[in-house]
Design a protein around this ligand. Sequence first.
Ligand code: UD1
Length: 418
Amino acid sequence: MSAYVIQGGERLNGSVKIEGSKNAVLPILAASLINGQKTTLYNCPDLKDVSVTLNILGLIGCKVERSSDRLVIDTSTLKTSEVPEKLVREMRSSVIIMGAMLTRMKKVVLGYPGGCEIGIRPIDLHISSLRALGAKIIETGGYLYCEAEKIYGADINLDFPSVGATENIMLAAVSAEGTTIIRNAAREPEVVDLQNFLNAIGGRISGAGTNIIRIDGVKNFNPVEYSVIPDRIVAGTYLIMAAATNGDIEITDIIPEHLSSILFKLKEAGCKLNVEKDRIQLLSPKRLKAVEAVKTLPYPGFPTDLQAPFLSLMTLASGTSVITENIFENRLKHVGELIKMGAKITTEGRTAIVKGVKKLHGAKVDAKDLRGGAALITAGLTAEGETTVYDVQHIDRGYELIDRKLQSLGAKIMKIND
Ligand code: UD1
């Protein structure tokens, strides 16, 4: 098991290029099954979740080549509709392979997906939506057996704007007979990126980015070259880390519009931001101000994926912040670890009340999940003394070479094999 060892107290300073988006590339990799031809992707982050998905594609017969951030995937050699169980259980987002495989193979057998330990994370919306499109799905013995001789366009109203369910519907409906309408669709930028990718291979989808998406089924698809959007969560995390260390950094190769809710909160905390077309410079004040209320919401609200790093930032602000997690029911596991480092936090249900302190101190802490792990690194960068963050395999699922990127900004962080 690896750990990150951090000597706190260094100001982050310099420029960092932000990698491609994990949450955009994963559904796009599933979508590459649909054309049954060659897909070339640029700006692909080198992450555990990406390599798990590529392994799945490889094991079901696809050819994958990687050179730096470029991936070439040939899905013409796909040979089975049975997705290997072990890998699916490693990663919850593999559930979106279901929609893509239904389009390509008309059937799929999938182990029940696993993933980050941040709540129950049911997939009922995925299943009911695919059923509405005509798929027969049987859940038995830890497997999902799905079949659809034909997919028919349907009008689907999601109970909640689930990102994954919206994507799964798009993947299944892209070649449906007729038109599909998704109401109360997720509006996340990653959904827009999937629409753009599917349209680039020949799909006819419009409306992504709003809460109504229209998918007109098409029959023919073509090969494609496509560049994945930058990772807004990684971008937000580096800004938060810079703010926490009284730093002055520039993040580049980003789409600032995707970051508007976090930029708003960073300004409220007293940071100065200089926003340009594809980059943002952040200068943090000597002492941050507490942001009174932060509530996570579907996009364009404050992202649940930045709740943990932002909560960590608020442990050092002057005043009290009230942070409420509305998307996942068990996403405050970092609180207990931050308390070990001297943070003053109490929780009531899904709400954390954070009383800012002047200093945190180093401690040995455990990353319980991906973004909670990033929150602990944030705290470690500012803390007095040494912090060891264990279980970093969670962090490596979503941040490419985070230790090296932070080192290049002046942080004292090292990865060790414990
Ligand atoms: C995606 C992101 C994740 C992010 C989340 C919310 C990927 C790979 N992951 O996850 O980083 O935190 O969006 O922005 O893109 N739900 C149901 N039934 C379902 C599906 C979801 O009840 O069938 C619930 C979930 O339990 C959760 C909420 O809906 O409480 C949001 O989940 P969803 O938007 O689906 O998140 P993911 O797509 O899993």
